[in-house]
Each structure stands twice: as C-alpha cells, then as structure tokens.
Design a protein around this ligand. Structure first.
Ligand SMILES: Nc1ncnc2c1ncn2[C@@H]1O[C@H](COP(=O)(O)OP(=O)(O)O)[C@@H](O)[C@H]1O
Ligand SMILES: [Mg+2]
Length: 370
C-alpha cells in the first residue's frame, strides 16, 4: 500500500498542509512539539478513524476551529483511490472512499492499513494488560472492521451489567442480569474467537522474526491468559462457546455481586510473553523486551501482508533512536524497499539511503530533499 498525497485542514496544530510522499522511506524531522507525531496520527486516522494516542476525535480538531479534514490519495494493489475523513464539533464523522460517502464510518476501517510502532509499544510487555488487549483488538478491527460493533456492544453491555452489580436493588438486578448475560456472552464469545484466531496466525510470524533478530538464541512465545483454553476445549460450534460463556457468568455471578463488577470475560484477559520459558514481565531485560516488541511489530506487518496481499504503511514514531544497531538493522532489512515507511526523529542522523527528508516546524511541513 502506498500513500501518495496527504492534505490536512485544522488537524491538531496544522492549519493547512499538503504533502506528496515518497513510496519508500519518509523521514520527518523537527524539534519537540512541532507536529511530527500529529502527522503520523493523521495517517493512522485514515485506517481506523481513531487516534493511536487514545485521544478523542474532538481533541484532534485544531484549537478554536470546529472541524478537521484529512484528504488522501493512495494506491492499494496498484489501483489509485482517495479516502477522506472529517470530524466536526457537532460529533459528525464524514468519511468517503473514491468520492462515495457511507453513513457508517466503520465500513471504511482497514481500507488503508497501517502499523504504528511508538515508544508505548516498547513498553507493551511491562505495561498494563489493558494495553495488550488494545493491541490485539486494534489488529482485529483493522482486519475485520465489522467486529468494531461487537467490541462496542460488549463494552456497553459490560458497563450496564457492572452498574447493576454495584446497585442496591439485588432482586431487580437478578431479574435484569439474565438478559445482559445473554448479550455479553454472545459478544464475548465472538471476541474470544477472534483473539484466538489472531494469535494463532500472529504467533508463528512473531516467533520467526524474533528468532532472526536473536540469531536463533532465543525463543519467544505468546500465551493468551484467560478462559480461552478451558473455554474452547472440546467445543466446535459458536452456540457451544456462547453457552460456555453464559455458564461461566452464572458461576461467577455471586462473586461478581460481592466485588461489584464482572470478573469473567475478554476484558479481564491478558497476553503473556515468554523468552526461553521465562516470563518477560518478570525476568526480561529491557533489551529483551525491546526485541520482543520489535518482533511483535514485524509479525503484525507480515500478518497484514499475508491477509491483504501487500504491506501496510509503517509508522515509526520516535522508536529508531531507542533501538540499538542490531535491532535497527533487523527492522531496516524488513522495510528495505518493500514497505512504505514514515519515520519521525528529533535528530539528524542519516539512517536510510534514498529517504525523502521533511522538516516540521510549528505545524508546517517542508520537503528538504528527495
Ligand atoms: N487540537 C490541537 N490544536 C492545536 N494544537 C494542538 C492540538 N493538539 C496538539 N497540539 C499541539 O501539537 C504539538 C505537539 O505535536 P506533536 O506532533 O505531538 O509533536 P512532536 O513533533 O514532538 O511529535 C503541541 O505543541 C500541541 O500543543
Ligand atoms: Mg512526537
């Protein structure tokens, strides 16, 4: 996939900007707080219609303006397309592909694919379980956009169920819970299936890239921590999974009342990373964690390539300076001539031959040389 042009209006600190990109590597340089990450954020927005920095869409609108607009021209499987996305203070999204607008934004998720690698990802192994779940779910949504609705419904039902569990009206809650449990089990079982499928595909790719980076000295394993194995054992049909989920909710209901929240479900699960059998979170050095993060990102890139038939755009936000020579080389060898890449950097080190060099200064972007 190749992003050819990007035009921003009122996005973050950009009033109006227009960029033509290189098909290869684009180096985006500039001091702190000038708009480098904002630029990557706008590109990633075109693939998920949300911010990878966990900001709400309204925070993306330039201060004192009432909308933002991102316009783009890109190539997917060698065909040219345009995708535009706008959001206004009255909470309206407008997204169009090749001039055609759809009422539901999520129809266009994953039309343009991106993989973001940021300093937060380097912390993924040590961070909170919530971030690791987000990693999985973001990936699922980008490759199967219709699942966004399922995540949404799950979260909504979970909130309502938890409110009942916390409330004082136990007999009322008991009556209502059956309906909520049913809904939660349906969405929850779907989410678990998607996560299971994703991990099965991701695992071998991540292992392979990890083995390459460590010259075969280390074996990385990803293990899903939660009800998954017990849950799927001996069951093959969706209604069986949904039923198992429902049974689990019934079993934990008493405990849930005591604790005031839902204790079972995909919102409580986690992924653990092991190197040669040891849990990275407890035993991994910082270097090992970085290698694992890198392997994970390369795995993600390869997975999308497998699913879409071409590489997604790779957005590297301030991570190159965090990687040592060996890891940097591993990453560069994957990118090299195959993946259109956008790299932000505060320094001036030349890392890639043939990169377009851009300079960002207070919401203005300028091509220095190509
Ligand atoms: N909605 C907004 N409107 C105007 N400016 C914004 C908005 N959101 C962020 N900014 C500004 O963007 C700058 C940070 O941009 P960022 O891309 O994160 O910087 P960096 O170049 O360090 O990656 C800050 O100066 C911040 O005030
Ligand atoms: Mg930044």
């Amino acid at each position: 996939m190749i992003l050819k042009e990007l035009k921003l209006t009122n996005f973050r600190n950009y009033g109006s900007a227009s960029v033509e990109w290189s098909d290869g590597v684009n180096m985006i340089r500039g001091d702190n707080a000038q708009g480098k990450t904002n630029l990557l954020e706008s590109i990633a927005f075109l693939s998920t219609f949300s911010s990878f920095r966990k900001s709400s869409a309204s925070e993306l609108i330039k201060k004192n303006r009432d909308y933002f607009l991102i316009r783009s021209v890109f190539h997917a499987l060698s065909t040219e397309h345009t995708i535009n996305a706008a959001y206004s203070l009255d909470r309206r999204y407008r997204v169009s592909l090749d001039g055609e607008e759809k009422r539901k934004v999520n129809k266009f998720i994953g039309v343009l694919n991106t993989v973001v690698f940021s300093p937060d990802d380097l912390m993924l192994m040590k961070g909170s379980p919530d971030e690791r779940r987000r990693f999985l779910d973001r990936e699922i949504i980008q490759t199967a956009p219709s699942t966004q609705m399922i995540f949404h419904r799950y979260q909504k039902t979970l909130k309502q169920r938890n409110a009942l569990l916390k409330g004082d009206h136990v007999s009322y809650a008991e009556r209502m819970l059956d309906a909520y449990d049913h809904q939660l089990a349906e969405c929850g079982a779907l989410i678990l299936i998607r996560r299971k499928e994703l991990l099965e595909k991701l695992q071998p790719l991540v292992r392979l890239s990890h083995r390459r980076i460590t010259d075969g000295h280390e074996e990385l394993a990803l293990i899903y921590e939660g009800g998954l194995d017990v849950f799927f054992k001996g069951k093959h049909r969706f209604d069986e999974w949904q039923d198992a989920f429902l049974q689990q909710l019934k079993m934990t209901r008493k405990d849930d009342f005591k604790r005031g929240f839902t204790t079972f479900g995909p919102h409580r699960d986690d992924i653990r990373f092991f190197i040669n059998g040891d849990d990275i979170r407890h035993f991994g050095s910082q270097g090992q964690q970085r290698t694992a993060s890198l392997a994970l990102k390369i795995g993600e890139l390869e997975l999308m390539k497998g699913q879409r038939g071409e590489y997604p755009l790779l957005l590297l936000d301030d991570v190159l300076s965090e990687l040592d020579e060996k890891r940097k080389e591993a990453l560069i060898s994957v990118i090299n001539g195959k993946v259109q890449t956008f790299v932000t950097d505060t320094g001036s080190e030349k890392i890639f031959d043939d990169a377009y060099e851009f300079r960002v200064n207070n919401g203005n972007i300028k091509l220095l040389r190509d």
